[in-house]
Write a protein that binds this ligand. Structure first.
Ligand code: SIN
Ligand code: NI
Length: 269
């Protein structure tokens, strides 16, 4: 990692094969210690400052806040966050893993799991929440932790190969259905989750269709994560309301593009 450049991705063929087969992959040391320190500073600022363009999902004391203290579009209010949300290394990694011809930015979000009556993030897929037509089109999330994470403070778990099950129903985070009820055969041995503890500065990438879960945080410190959603170039808008696309002037059926959704990596480059 010490010699890694801005754009050079740490992704190996082994990462690609694992991601394609299982729908998620762990990538250690995505950030250098210097980058980790800088991003912690920026993310703390961005999460605490009231901005005009970023949006918190819920207020302290709310039910959703117990699952996630979530703030979307941090980059729009904080230039330092832009440096990381648009980081060429992250987008180059997404390009390599998906095999897409280009990678566009959809949105970033701070995902903090707060101490004190913390709730687990229920098993879900991400794709049902996004206003896109191409359900199978390789949307993905980078989940980058700024703290060491384990089962005590909200590390993630994934069901290998679940991205091959197709798009199921969106799960209600406050009164969650059991996602395995929507799977033929239920939660069999075949769908055994893998728990992924990580060191600070490391990350996972997961396909938008992959089942994932995060443990509750029973420690006394927040679990600080920056997540970034990437989409293959050409994904089209389905016309449904979503905080990230509302007011952008996109028409149903149009490819999602423009300055709010920049092309960050290109296979021809
Ligand atoms: C979490 O950070 O708790 C959940 C992340 C996700 O759903 O992608
Ligand atoms: Ni998710």
């Amino acid at each position: 990692m010490t010699n890694m450049t801005q754009t050079q991705s740490p992704i190996t063929q082994e990462h690609i094969d694992f991601y394609q087969e299982n729908g998620f992959v762990q990538v250690d040391n995505m950030l250098s210690p210097e980058e980790l320190a800088e991003l912690r500073e920026y993310l703390e600022e961005a999460m605490q400052t009231e901005g005009d363009l970023s949006q918190s999902t819920d207020k302290k004391g709310g039910l959703y806040y117990r699952v996630l203290n979530q703030k979307v579009n941090l980059w729009r209010d904080h230039a330092g966050m832009g440096k990381y949300s648009f980081h060429p290394r992250f987008a180059a990694s997404a390009l390599a893993l998906t095999g897409a011809s280009g990678i566009r930015f959809f949105h970033d979000h701070g995902l903090w799991k707060m101490p004190g009556d913390s709730k687990a993030t229920p098993w879900h897929q991400d794709t049902p929440y996004w206003p896109i037509n191409e359900a199978q089109a390789g949307m993905m999330s980078l989940w980058l932790t700024l703290d060491d994470v384990n089962e005590d403070n909200g590390c993630m778990a994934f069901v290998p190969k679940s991205h091959k099950l197709g798009k199921l129903t969106g799960i209600d985070f406050l009164n969650p259905q059991n996602i395995f009820d929507y799977v033929d055969g239920g939660q069999s041995e075949e769908h055994k989750p893998v728990i992924v503890p990580l060191k600070a500065g490391s990350c996972t990438f997961h396909n938008g269709l992959t089942f994932h879960y995060a443990h509750s945080n029973v420690t006394d410190k927040p679990r600080r994560v920056l997540a970034i959603i990437f989409m293959p170039d050409g994904v089209t808008f389905n016309g449904k309301s979503h905080p990230v696309t509302d007011g952008c002037g996109l028409q149903a059926g149009e490819p999602i593009k423009g300055p709010l959704f920049p092309l960050l990596a290109n296979a021809d480059a």
